[in-house]
Design a protein around this ligand. Structure first.
Ligand SMILES: NC(=O)c1ccc[n+]([C@@H]2O[C@H](COP(=O)([O-])OP(=O)(O)OC[C@H]3O[C@@H](n4cnc5c(N)ncnc54)[C@H](OP(=O)(O)O)[C@@H]3O)[C@@H](O)[C@H]2O)c1
Length: 252
């Protein structure tokens, strides 16, 4: 398998780092010279990586082409490229499959939603529609979730859009501990391990999150207090509203 990346940014870099920790058999990875620094670092780290300036040349050499540019760049550059019969996997969130097919003048297009933990072969990866070529790559890098309906896949994008908010919750909690005198390394480790344990335990026990919300509260205990205070401040209503807003934005 010869992979070609159009755009070597944050997510392309995470995927490539994941690939070289995995058992996926790649003979060559062609990456775009943009971003220059990321491309340089990756090519210095892995012998199988070759930096190519010209996007068309990347496509010509690759068997699978991964579109990892922003939507604005994608709309500008894709119509000028000839994808021939290459397998195209787009990571671009806001360009729909039909539009991608038109822009690339190809019917062989699937979308995927990898997230940065893919670098450590962690996390779910949504593929839409079910696509053998995409699955044969991403099954080595995390847990593949195939979704046949594109509109339906936006619901998963909405959940994935909580990444920064999730980290902000961990960050706020860590900062609170450090302002109260806990050493920063200890605070970071404690908070990280705490949230990891809660999620892992829930999945291992196959308990619903709803059940766990109930079971985690002692009557008039500290968990109950925090939950009550946040509910009073409409924290969860606002969260739900944001999820809806993302779904609306993607469905436009
Ligand atoms: N980050 C995530 O967690 C994530 C997850 C899933 C999907 N996505 C999607 O993946 C896409 C990329 O996201 P990202 O976070 O990786 O963005 P990013 O870090 O900004 O990467 C985009 C890359 O495209 C390069 N580029 C710009 N013009 C180009 C051109 N003409 N030819 C080739 N490459 C060009 C940029 O290079 P320069 O820096 O030189 O301009 C940059 O390295 C987006 O559509 C995003 O929605 C991202």
């Amino acid at each position: 398998m010869k992979l070609g990346f159009i755009g070597t940014g944050k997510i392309a870099s995470s995927i490539i780092l994941g690939i070289f920790k995995s058992k996926l058999k790649v003979s060559q990875v062609y990456i775009s010279s943009r971003n220059r620094n990321i491309a340089k670092k990756l090519s210095q780290k892995f012998k199988k990586i070759k930096i190519i300036k010209d996007n068309q040349e990347i496509i010509n050499k690759a068997s699978h082409v991964i579109l990892s540019v922003t939507p604005e760049v994608g709309k500008k550059i894709l119509p000028k490229l000839n994808f021939k019969n290459k397998k195209i996997i787009s990571l671009i969130s806001t360009i729909r499959i039909n539009q991608l097919k038109q822009l690339c003048r190809s019917s062989s297009v699937a979308k995927a939603i990898p997230l940065p933990p893919i670098e450590n072969r962690l996390g779910p990866i949504v593929i839409c529609p079910a696509n053998k070529a995409a699955k044969n790559i991403f099954k080595y890098l995390g847990e593949v979730v195939e979704v046949s309906n594109e509109k339906f896949s936006y619901r998963f994008w909405s959940a994935a859009a909580l990444m920064a908010t999730y980290y902000e919750m961990l960050n706020t909690t860590t900062n609170y501990l450090t302002t109260k005198g806990v050493n920063n390394t200890k605070a970071t480790k404690y908070v990280g391990k705490l949230f990891l344990a809660l999620t892992k335990d829930a999945l291992l026990k196959q308990r619903s999150f709803k059940q766990l919300v109930v079971e985690s509260q002692t009557p008039n205990g500290i968990n109950m207090q925090v939950l009550k205070e946040l509910k009073k401040g409409k924290f969860f209503n606002k969260l739900k509203k944001s999820l809806k807003n993302i779904n609306k934005r993607l469905s436009k």
